[in-house]
Design a protein. Structure first.
Length: 310
C-alpha cells in the first residue's frame, strides 16, 4: 500500500517573489527541496561545492513557475563561506541549511576542524550569521534523529574529538549542535526584535546518497537494506524541511515525520532530547562557535558584534 502524506508539496503556499538559498542542493533532500520551492514559484539558489554538479542538478528542475541559479559554497572552507556571503546583496526570505556529511572516516576541514562538526555545524553557523542582515523570514536547519543517541553530548573540551574520533559520535554531536544552534539563534533573534525565525527539521529515514560515504562497511550494508525496506524517498524526506520553511510555526520549532519512530510519514512538530533543549549548552556552543569561526551575531544595524559588546 502506498503511503499518502497528510501534507505534501501541493500544500506549499505560493512562493512567487520569494528567494530561498538551499545548501547541499545538488542531490538528495537538497534537490527535492529546491524543486518543490521552485514549483511553488520561488527563486531558489543552489549553494553547492561543485558547480558542474550543481548545474546538472538545476537542469533537472523542470516545469517550475519559479527560477533556479547555482552559486559555489564549500561549507568546509570558511573563506568560501565568507566569499559566498560577501557576494550576496539582495534580500533572502529562506535560508535552508541542508548540506551535511554523515559517519565519514576522520578528516579535517580547510580550517582544521573535524569534518562533520565543521561542515554540519560550523559552516552553517558562519553562513547564517553572515547572511542574517539580508534575511527576511526564516532559517531552517536540517538536524537528525541521531541527536537522540544515548549519551550524545557536545564535547566542549575536545570538539574535534582528537584521539577519540568515532564516526557516529562525531555525526551525532554535529546534529545535536544543529538543534542547539537553532535554539540559541531563535533566542538572539527574539531578543533583538527581529522578525526572522529559526527552525529545525529532520527527514526521518530518507534514502539518499548521504549514507554511501559511511566509514563502516557493516553500517553501509544495513543502510542499503533499510533504504529498500524502511526509508522514504528524497521527496518525502524533504517534506519536514519544506513544512518548516513554509508554514506559520513558532520560532525554535522542530519538524519531523509523524510515523513510528519518526522514521517516515507526514511532517509534524516533534520533540527533542533534554540535551538539545538546554539553553546553557546552546549559549556555550554559540560562544565556542564564534571563537572558532571568527563570525559573530550581527547587531540590528547589520554589523557583526562581539559577545562582550552586547
Amino acid at each position: 500500500m502506498t503511503h499518502t502524506p497528510k501534507w505534501n508539496t501541493t500544500d506549499i503556499p505560493d512562493q512567487t517573489g520569494r528567494t530561498a538559498i538551499v545548501t547541499g542542493a545538488n542531490s538528495g533532500l537538497g534537490i527535492a527541496t529546491v524543486e518543490a520551492l521552485a514549483r511553488a514559484g520561488a527563486h531558489v539558489v543552489l549553494a553547492v561545492r561543485d558547480l558542474k554538479r550543481g548545474e546538472s542538478a538545476a537542469a533537472t528542475v523542470r516545469g517550475a513557475r519559479g527560477t533556479v541559479e547555482v552559486r559555489r559554497l564549500d561549507l568546509a572552507d570558511l573563506a568560501s563561506v565568507r566569499a559566498f556571503a560577501a557576494a550576496w546583496q539582495d534580500p533572502v526570505d529562506l535560508l535552508i541549511n541542508n548540506a551535511g556529511v554523515m559517519n565519514i572516516p576522520e578528516s579535517r576541514t580547510k580550517d582544521g576542524f573535524e569534518m562533520q562538526f565543521g561542515t554540519n555545524h560550523l559552516g552553517h553557523f558562519a553562513l547564517t550569521n553572515l547572511l542574517l542582515p539580508h534575511l527576511t523570514d526564516r532559517v531552517v536547519t536540517v538536524a537528525s534523529g541521531a541527536h537522540r543517541l544515548p549519551g550524545n553530548h557536545i564535547h566542549f573540551d575536545d570538539l574535534n574529538l582528537t584521539g577519540a574520533y568515532r564516526p557516529v559520535t562525531a555525526y551525532s554531536q554535529s546534529k545535536l549542535a544543529n538543534l542547539l544552534f537553532t535554539l540559541e539563534l531563535q533566542r538572539r533573534l527574539a531578543a533583538t526584535g527581529s522578525p526572522v525565525r529559526a527552525l529545525a527539521a529532520h527527514p526521518g529515514w530518507a534514502a539518499t546518497n548521504l549514507q554511501g560515504a559511511d566509514a563502516s562497511v557493516l553500517r553501509r550494508a544495513v543502510m542499503l537494506v533499510g533504504n529498500r525496506l524502511i526509508a522514504q524517498d528524497n521527496k518525502a524526506g524533504a517534506l519536514p524541511t519544506l513544512y518548516a520553511a513554509t508554514q506559520d510555526l513558532p520560532g525554535a520549532s522542530y519538524v519531523g515525520p509523524d510515523g513510528l519512530g519518526e522514521m517516515r510519514g507526514a511532517p509534524t512538530l516533534v520533540g527533542r532530547t533534554a540535551a538539545a533543549s538546554d539553553p546553557a549548552s546552546a549559549r556555550r556552543l554559540w560562544q565556542a562557535s564564534e571563537e572558532l569561526t571568527g563570525v559573530t551575531f550581527p547587531s540590528p544595524s547589520g554589523r557583526e558584534v562581539t559577545e562582550g559588546a552586547r
